[in-house]
Write a protein that binds this ligand. Structure first.
Ligand code: FAD
Length: 280
């Protein structure tokens, strides 16, 4: 029997009760696709602490594990330790450990300035309780000194105790394969799941890409421009592009796929079904 490709779904905590209710519906709709876990993002400096926790409480214990994101920049060890203990008590055994990005104007890196410091702290505080996922950047983190330096930083996160990587979104599969090759040549053999961003809205995509340093290939930009306000055509085009990307990644050996759901059911569900990774 062939091994099932693990998939995971990322949510962000919402600001309103109505948003939280809508997210509960999305969660219920995605549950039957049997992901390995749902992850919930966390605002740097603890800015979404309560809302992330509320979402974790909503989704914990419903058959599919939840993995809280945890960021360290601008935060302190005491607060992070409290959260780790709380998550452990809730029976959670996976976290996504990140540096985070401080909102502009906020200064002070805090006690744990980089993700590798957070990973090390989690291991010191909680031992091997948590499976630790960390971020990976096939097209290089925008603040890295160089591609080589960024590879080195990723290796350090693994040496500090990370078990797996989830990548920033990208559209060029060669960037992912090259990154994985470089990591393996550095002696690291952990699963690195590509982060998949469904393409449904041109202006949102450009905004996210500008914020994260992800490259939108010229041919995709041009085609999106040509569709203008024709949202149906953009969705159909976006589905085809991302489906093709996922197929190439899986054919090339990607160990799983991590979907940035943007708190929406349909774009992610359609991709997963068309890839044959779950049954309708
Ligand atoms: P790091 O691994 O610490 O790297 C950050 C930068 O510092 C890199 O350029 C690296 O090369 C460099 N660096 C690392 N160590 C050193 C050192 N010792 N000296 C000098 N330079 C160093 N953000 C949130 O706020 N909340 C979230 O929930 C969230 N979820 C995410 C999920 C995924 C899958 C991904 C890919 C990103 C997510 N982010 C989130 C965004 C992330 O926080 C930002 O990309 C942030 O800028 C970097 O985080 P990191 O964990 O990769 O940092």
């Amino acid at each position: 029997m062939s091994k099932r490709v693990p998939i995971s779904f990322e949510f962000f905590p919402t600001k309103t009760d109505a948003g939280a209710e809508k997210l509960r519906v999305v969660h219920q709709e995605l549950l039957p696709l049997a992901p390995e876990f749902f992850s919930i993002t966390y605002g740097a400096g603890g800015s979404t602490r309560e809302r992330t926790l509320a979402a974790i409480n909503d989704f914990n214990g419903q058959g599919v594990p939840v993995a809280p994101h945890l960021s360290c920049i601008g935060d302190n060890k005491g607060r992070i330790a409290e959260l780790l203990d709380l998550y452990k008590d809730l029976g959670i055994n996976r976290v996504v450990a990140l540096r985070g990005d401080l909102p502009s104007g906020q200064v002070g890196l805090g006690e744990l300035p980089y993700a590798q410091d957070l990973v090390r702290f989690i291991r010191e505080h909680s031992g091997d309780h948590f499976q630790i996922e960390v971020a990976a950047y096939p097209e290089m983190h925008p603040q890295a000194d160089s591609f080589d330096a960024d590879i080195h930083r990723f290796v350090e996160k693994v040496q500090a105790g990370a078990n797996a990587g989830l990548t920033q979104f990208f559209f060029n599969p060669d960037a992912y394969f090259y990154f994985v090759d470089r990591i393996q040549k550095a002696g690291i053999d952990i699963p690195i799941a590509p982060g998949i961003m469904p393409l449904t809205n041109a202006s949102n995509l450009i905004r996210f890409a500008d914020g994260t340093g992800a490259e939108i290939p010229r041919w995709i930009r041009k085609q999106l421009q040509a569709y203008g306000d024709d949202s149906q055509s953009i969705k159909a085009f976006g589905h085809e592009v991302v489906l093709n990307l996922c197929e190439r990644l899986l054919a090339g050996g990607a160990p799983g796929l991590h979907f940035y759901t943007m708190n929406q059911t349909d774009p992610t569900r359609q991709l997963v079904l068309d890839l044959g990774l779950a049954k309708a």
